[in-house]
Write a protein that binds this ligand. Sequence first.
Ligand code: URA
Length: 326
Amino acid sequence: MRTAPPPDVLQAIALAEAEAKKAKKDPRRSHKGAAALATPVANAKVRERKAAPATAPPKFSKAARRFYNENIKEHEPQRLAKVLAAAGVASRRTCEELIFQGKVTVNGSVCTAPQTKVDISKDSIYVNGNRISKKLPPKLYFAVNKPKGYICSCGEPKSIISLFDDYLKGWNKIQPGVPKPRLFTVGRLDVATSGLIIITNDGEFAQKLSHPSSNIMKEYVVTIDGPVHRNHLIAISEGTKIDGVKCIPDLVEPLDVQSNTKRTRIRIAVHEGRNHEVRELVQNAGLEVYALKRVRIGRFRLSPDLGIGKFVELKQTDLKSLEGKK
Ligand code: URA
């Protein structure tokens, strides 16, 4: 599979972009503008500029790379398993199993190699006898305010994905002819944890964001039923071993005492992303977690306006914030 855009395509895009920029800044540089130059000297200069050999290879701007990814790479033949996952058939791994089991045909022949390159818009693909649409669903990203008691796996009655039931039921009205997206969570929250979780149908994005190497900071508010002393905060700050790895939080901060309940809240930020990490840190300090809520991922904060069980679609700028970028 190609991992980088072909240099000739990027070069062409970069040169076209550079030309367009120059023409915008100085209309006389565009072909029409050059013809309008009055003096022969000026025309000679234009010819000189055109004839000058490129001294350095063009740098591929972010915009050029994005243009390539969105308009060219997406439409190049891709691995069969990846295409099936993007089409919403199942997870990439399940799609690979379906292919190995001989349940997938491409242009009338059984295909048992997940790495086979296919073009969804041209090839005729069937899974278990059902034809796969020639269109891919759009990539979608949502922030959800997870209620306590919901689980992150799909297909269970109290799955967090069931919060999208009405949205998906109305899909064919909003997007007629476009296959339904297969939504899943980016990473996990314990069943008893509430707050911010991301839902998408973009497997690559989900993997990038949830991989421990991304080191993305996540912030939680922990409620303790009772007082929290300095020694507790120190013990939490010192960290604990989880799965043999020492996890040290990036931030431990006491919040207000809730006067009506005598409950105490602590803000804790971590970047390891280990299972039950925050609960382990708190319990290791001799405290019992009464409630746990995630309030931030990267630079993206859960909006206080987003009600429990509600979701909001994310914009490109929100996706950058999730990755901790500006
Ligand atoms: N840490 C936990 O202990 N639980 C979660 O759900 C998330 C982080």
